[in-house]
Design a protein around this ligand. Structure first.
Ligand code: MG
Length: 171
């Protein structure tokens, strides 16, 4: 059985993952409106991935005989000044999520909950990737420094991203 403390923390994480999904959906919509089809595609996939993260946690809580409690999802920003501002917010947000996952690891450790600690390893690794991806794109946007041609090339590149379901979901 999950301890109450562990279950509450996992439920808070489920809400955070759904909030992340909502944030990236909002970014996708804003990019779309502004004609950045590739960036819109990149964030639409990000939106799906965050829903996958929430699903993995929900499945896990249920597998442990726990109860999933879905709380309201807070409002998200709807407009960004530039693509760089969008990816800057993405990186800042992912760093926050990393700190939350680290905190879950700490709680699992305190509660001597080895199954949860083991489940969290996938998320620890996933966060390294999430931060790296956001940082790479932000670096590219800084390199072109707002040039229309450069931004166009990056947008085209981000349009090639395809969605793949996370391997952990198949476990
Ligand atoms: Mg996530």
């Amino acid at each position: 059985m999950l301890s109450q403390k562990m279950q509450d923390a996992l439920n808070a994480q489920i809400n955070a993952e759904l909030w992340s999904a909502y944030l990236y959906l909002s970014m996708s919509m804003d990019a779309s409106v502004k004609g950045y089809k590739g960036i819109a595609n990149w964030f639409a996939i990000q939106f799906k991935e965050e829903q996958d993260h929430a699903q993995i946690f929900m499945d896990y809580v249920l597998a442990r005989g726990g109860q999933v409690k879905l709380a309201p999802i807070a409002e998200v920003q709807t407009e960004w000044e530039t693509p760089a501002a969008m990816f800057n917010d993405t990186l800042t947000h992912e760093r926050k999520v990393t700190a939350m996952i680290d905190n879950l690891c700490r709680i699992a450790d305190e509660e001597k909950d080895f199954a949860t600690a083991n489940k969290l390893i996938w998320f620890v690794n996933e966060q390294v990737e999430e931060e790296e991806n956001a940082r790479d794109i932000l670096d590219q946007l800084h390199m072109v420094d707002g040039s229309k041609m450069g931004t166009y090339m990056i947008d085209r590149e981000l349009g090639t991203r395809v969605y793949t379901a996370p391997a952990v979901a198949a476990e």
